[in-house]
Design a protein around this ligand. Structure first.
Ligand SMILES: NC(=O)c1ccc[n+]([C@@H]2O[C@H](COP(=O)([O-])OP(=O)(O)OC[C@H]3O[C@@H](n4cnc5c(N)ncnc54)[C@H](OP(=O)(O)O)[C@@H]3O)[C@@H](O)[C@H]2O)c1
Length: 265
């Protein structure tokens, strides 16, 4: 075990734990965790993951995080387990021409990626306030900081999550709870449709494995930076987009013909 890695340091709630990035994070977090509360809608992948993580106390909370009852169940488990880390990782994506994107799908994107992590965070704050060195880590996306065609609703929700993370971090700056934001770039998981995979291949978009993202996540978790974007090139483009948004506007405009070939409408 590396210097600085403390066994049993975390008592964590991890949402979306049955998914690609979530399961990879759970495997990396487990050796440093006294308790992992794995949250997702489907029980089977959560149970399979729990069976792998022998040596760590694991609990499963199964339910839809867009429902108040699930948030209440997770909060009760977190209180019981004296949780000191909340990782809001559950998410859904939606690659579609915005004009014809289904209204329900848009609501679901905002509910799952923004409203659910906000309400779960709110429900856990009383418990996190009792735990020294507590952290909330929100998993966003590069597309929350660098708007991309086909991801207007997803990007809006993830941009909202980044804004929420920053505002709450500042609101809680005189408490012991740190609020942090971690943004993966394209990662090979089931969240990406065949159309997104095909577009990424055509655009030669850099893609990470979930394991590489989990490794970056663990480095971030051990440090103290408020936010992190995975990928040096993506970090550069996010900064450029803030300072001179016209440059990425022009670069992405040149890719539109290729993007539209894959964009469901
Ligand atoms: N993969 C990428 O390219 C990429 C890039 C940037 C950011 N991200 C972000 O990384 C995070 C993890 O994504 P991933 O790539 O690992 O996707 P994934 O494999 O599809 O995993 C997402 C997980 O979220 C859970 N989830 C979705 N909606 C939920 C809900 N309403 N209630 C409870 N759980 C819910 C799903 O659990 P169930 O299946 O059990 O419902 C699933 O296990 C997401 O926030 C995503 O936006 C991913």
């Amino acid at each position: 075990m590396n210097a600085g890695v403390q066994r049993g340091r975390y008592r964590a709630v991890l949402t979306g734990a049955g998914g690609g990035i979530g399961a990879a994070i759970a495997r990396r977090l487990a050796p440093q965790a006294e308790l992992l509360i794995l949250v997702g809608r489907q029980r089977v992948p959560l149970e399979a993951l729990a069976a792998e993580l022998s040596g760590t106390r694991v609990e499963i909370v199964c339910g839809d995080l867009c429902e108040d009852a699930t948030v209440a169940k997770v909060a009760a488990a977190a209180r019981q387990g004296a949780v000191n880390l909340l990782v809001n990782n559950a998410g859904v994506s939606g690659f579609h021409a915005f004009e014809t994107q289904d209204a329900q799908a848009i609501r679901r994107l905002v509910d799952t990626n923004l409203v659910a992590p906000m309400l779960l965070t709110r429900a856990l704050l009383p418990q996190l306030g009792l735990a020294p060195g507590a952290q909330v880590v929100n998993v966003g996306s590069v597309f929350g900081a660098l708007g991309f065609p086909g991801f207007a609703a997803y990007g809006a929700a993830k941009a909202g999550l980044a804004g929420f993370s920053q505002s709450l971090r500042r609101e809680l700056a005189d408490t012991t709870i740190a609020v942090r934001h971690f943004s993966p770039r394209a990662t090979r998981t089931a969240i990406n449709s065949a159309a997104v995979d095909a577009m990424n291949r055509e655009l030669k978009t850099a893609e990470d494995t979930p394991e590489a993202v989990a490794e970056a996540f663990m480095r971030f978790l051990a440090g103290s930076a408020a936010q992190h974007v995975v990928g040096a090139r993506e970090r550069f483009f996010v900064l450029l987009n803030k300072l001179l948004p016209g440059l990425p506007d022009n670069a992405i405009r040149k890719q539109l013909v290729q993007i539209r070939k894959h964009l469901p409408r």
